[in-house]
Write a protein that binds this ligand. Structure first.
Ligand code: GAR
Length: 195
């Protein structure tokens, strides 16, 4: 069984997609052993609780320095002994020490076709705002391994999504989630769990 820890910051719809996929057998050989949030108010925490998954909060607000926060984050993850760490809307820069320790064991979902609309400053709705401003006709989502750059690690899977006339950042975000993210992330985890 692949021991998966999911790191979250917000709504947790991608976490929910993983939970549902484990429950309905779309993902096999996998156990979600914990969820870690940097944000006390993340709705993802309630999703974890409802699914009976242990949820942990490591908030920068509770530490006097970034180094202390990074140490606590690493400890929270280490304590769960993961085989795979999944960043599902986790909006914190992963400490270098964690990347070294879990080389090729951290994956991230990003709401664009990397290398478009990625890197520092491109997260959540901002990605879709930038895509619409540029007038792209095709966008999508990417699952990739995490290295020390921002969205620069090797790509595992991608799925394209059509931009429609009259799309707003919100309607586009919703379509990218429904058509790409919620399918892609479970598929990538299942592939890793069974390879
Ligand atoms: C998702 O769209 C995810 O791709 C994005 O944040 C959202 C989180 O939603 N991640 C990034 O932009 C990372 N650069 P969720 O909390 O409902 O899963």
């Amino acid at each position: 069984m692949l021991r998966v820890v999911v790191l979250v910051s917000g709504g947790g719809t991608n976490l929910q997609a993983i939970i549902d996929a484990v429950n309905d057998g779309t993902i096999t050989n996998t156990e979600i052993v914990g969820v870690v949030s940097n944000n006390y108010n993340a709705y993802a925490l309630e999703r974890a609780e409802k699914a009976g998954i242990s949820a942990h909060i490591v908030s920068p607000k509770d530490f006097s320095s970034r180094e202390e926060f990074n140490r606590a984050l690493l400890k929270a993850v280490d304590d769960l002994a993961p085989d795979l760490i999944v960043l599902a809307g986790f909006l914190v820069v992963i400490p270098g020490e964690m990347i070294d320790k879990y080389e090729n064991k951290i994956i991230n979902i990003h709401p664009s076709l990397i290398p478009s609309f990625c890197g520092t400053g491109y997260y959540g709705l901002k990605v879709h705002e930038a895509a619409l401003e540029r007038g792209v006709k095709i966008t999508g989502a990417t699952v990739h391994y995490v290295d020390k750059g921002t969205d620069t690690g090797p790509i595992i899977m991608q799925k394209a999504v059509e931009v429609k006339e009259g799309d707003t950042p919100k309607t586009l975000q919703q379509r990218v989630m429904e058509e790409a993210e919620w399918k892609l992330l479970p598929a990538a985890i299942n592939m890793i769990a069974n390879s």
